[in-house]
Design a protein around this ligand. Structure first.
Ligand code: EPS
Length: 379
C-alpha cells in the first residue's frame, strides 16, 4: 500500500465509553475548516426512521483537538473528538451471543468471557467518527467541485419505482435528505415506513440497498498497474468495512452477467470538451481507473442482528442452548449507512486526489490539478 503520500486516519472509542476520537494525517494545509458542515453531516447520519431511542439522546458534535488554526487546516495531524451521551445502559456481560453480530467470533478471538468488549467496538457507533473524518475529506473534494450524494433504493422487500429510479437527476438527489428514509419515491416511502413499524412490532429488523453517486470526478484516479491501487478495489474494501454491509456492485454490477458485451460497455465519443460517453454502465471506473464519468455504486446492508424476538444461541458460560441477549438497538439503520458510505467514498477519493496530485498545501495541489486537467486537452 502507498505510504507517506497518503491521507491516513485512525478512530478509537467504545459505543458506551466517554468519547470517540479520530486522527487524520497527511491532510493538506490551507483548506477552510467548516465545523458546522461536519456537524451537519453527523446530524444527517443520526436521522432515519427506525433508529433506536439512543438517537434522541445523542447530539453528535465534534470537538477539535489539534491541526486547525483560525478555521484553516495547517498540515498537522487533525485530531477530533465526539462525546458519547447515551452511556446510561447497564454494561452487563453478553454471554448469549447474537447470531450475525461479532459477539461470539470476537469473544473467542480476544479470549473474552462474553461479547461486551467486542460489541462496544463492533457497534456502528464507531461510524460517527468515520463520518466526521469523511466530511473533512469532503471539504477537500469541494475545493475541486467534487460532490457525493446517496439515496435508498430498497428496504426489506420494497423498492423505489423503476420510473423514478431511471429518471433521477442530480437536483433530485439533494431531496433524499428531506425523506426520513432517504427515499425519492413518496409512495415507496409510505410503504417502507409501515414495513419498519411492522418489523418493530414483531421484534424484528430490516436491511436494504443504498446507492451512492460521486460527481465531477477527474479521469485518472486509481491505477490498473497493481492490485492494491485499483480504485474499484479500494472503494469496495472501504464500503464492505461498514458494519452490516454484505455486498457492493459498481455500475451495472451483477446485472452485467445476463447481458451481452455490446449491451454493457459504454461507447466512446469526442467533442471540443474531450472524451465522453452517452451511457455510464461502468459506474465511472474502467481498469481500476476513474474514467471521468460519475462514480456510481450500490451496497446491500443486512438486517441488524440485535433482535427483540431473539434467535437461538449458546450461552458462552454454561454452553446451554438459549435465546440471544437483547439490548436497545435499531430496527433499520439503512438510511444512516448511506451517509456513512458517502463519507467512506469521500475519504477514498480525497486520498486518491492527494496521491495523484500531491501537494502539502491546497494551493500546490490545485496547481498540479490544473496543469493535469489542461494537459488532458492535448491527449
Ligand atoms: C448499535 C446499537 C445502538 C445504536 C448504535 C449501534 O446503540 P445502543 O445499544 O447504545 O442503543 O444506537 O448506534 C449508535 C449509537 C450510533 O451512533 O449510530 C449497535 O449495536 O451497533
Amino acid at each position: 500500500m502507498e505510504g507517506d503520500d497518503m491521507i491516513r486516519y485512525l478512530t478509537a472509542g467504545e459505543s458506551h465509553g466517554e468519547a470517540l476520537v479520530g486522527i487524520i494525517e497527511g491532510f493538506p494545509s490551507n483548506i477552510p475548516f467548516d465545523k458546522e458542515f461536519i456537524n451537519k453531516e453527523l446530524n444527517r447520519r443520526q436521522k432515519g426512521y427506525g433508529r433506536s431511542s439512543r438517537m434522541a439522546i445523542e447530539k453528535d458534535e465534534i470537538q477539535i483537538i489539534s491541526g486547525i488554526n483560525k478555521n484553516y487546516t495547517t498540515g498537522n495531524p487533525i485530531s477530533i473528538m465526539i462525546r458519547n451521551r447515551g452511556t446510561n445502559i447497564d454494561l452487563v456481560e453478553v454471554t448469549r451471543p447474537r447470531p450475525g453480530h461479532g459477539d461470539l467470533a470476537g469473544g473467542l478471538k480476544y479470549n473474552q468471557k462474553g461479547g461486551r468488549n467486542v460489541l462496544e467496538r463492533a457497534s456502528a457507533r464507531e461510524t460517527a467518527m468515520r463520518v466526521a473524518i469523511g466530511s473533512i475529506c469532503k471539504l477537500l473534494l469541494m475545493e475541486f467541485n467534487i460532490h457525493i450524494f446517496s439515496h435508498i433504493i430498497q428496504i426489506g422487500d420494497i423498492k423505489i419505482s423503476k420510473e423514478i429510479y431511471t429518471d433521477i437527476k442530480r437536483e433530485d438527489l439533494l431531496r433524499a435528505d428531506e425523506s426520513v428514509v432517504r427515499i425519492l419515491d413518496k409512495n415507496a416511502e409510505k410503504r417502507i415506513i409501515a414495513e419498519i413499524e411492522k418489523a418493530k412490532e414483531e421484534g424484528d429488523t430490516l436491511g436494504g440497498v443504498i446507492e451512492v453517486i460521486g460527481t465531477n470526478i477527474p479521469v485518472g484516479l486509481g491505477s490498473y498497474a497493481s492490485w492494491d491501487r485499483k480504485l474499484d478495489g479500494k472503494i469496495a474494501c472501504s464500503i464492505l468495512s461498514i458494519p452490516g454491509i454484505k455486498g457492493i456492485e459498481i455500475g451495472l454490477g451483477f446485472s452485467t452477467a445476463s447481458r451481452l458485451g455490446s449491451q454493457v460497455h459504454d461507447e466512446i465519443y469526442h467533442d471540443e470538451e474531450g472524451y465522453y460517453r452517452k451511457t455510464n454502465n461502468a459506474g465511472g471506473i474502467e481498469g481500476g481507473v476513474s474514467n471521468g464519468e460519475d462514480i456510481i455504486f450500490r451496497a446491500v446492508m443486512k438486517p441488524i442482528p440485535t433482535l427483540k424476538k431473539p434467535l437461538k444461541t449458546v450461552d458462552m458460560e454454561t454452553k446451554e442452548q438459549v435465546l440471544a441477549q437483547f439490548e436497545r438497538s435499531d430496527v433499520c439503520a439503512v438510511p444512516s449507512a448511506s451517509i456513512v458510505a458517502e463519507n467512506m467514498l469521500a475519504y477514498i477519493l480525497a486520498n486518491e486526489m492527494k496521491l495523484k496530485f500531491g501537494g502539502d498545501s491546497i494551493e500546490e495541489m490545485k496547481i498540479n490539478f490544473n496543469n493535469y486537467m489542461e494537459s488532458l486537452k492535448n491527449r
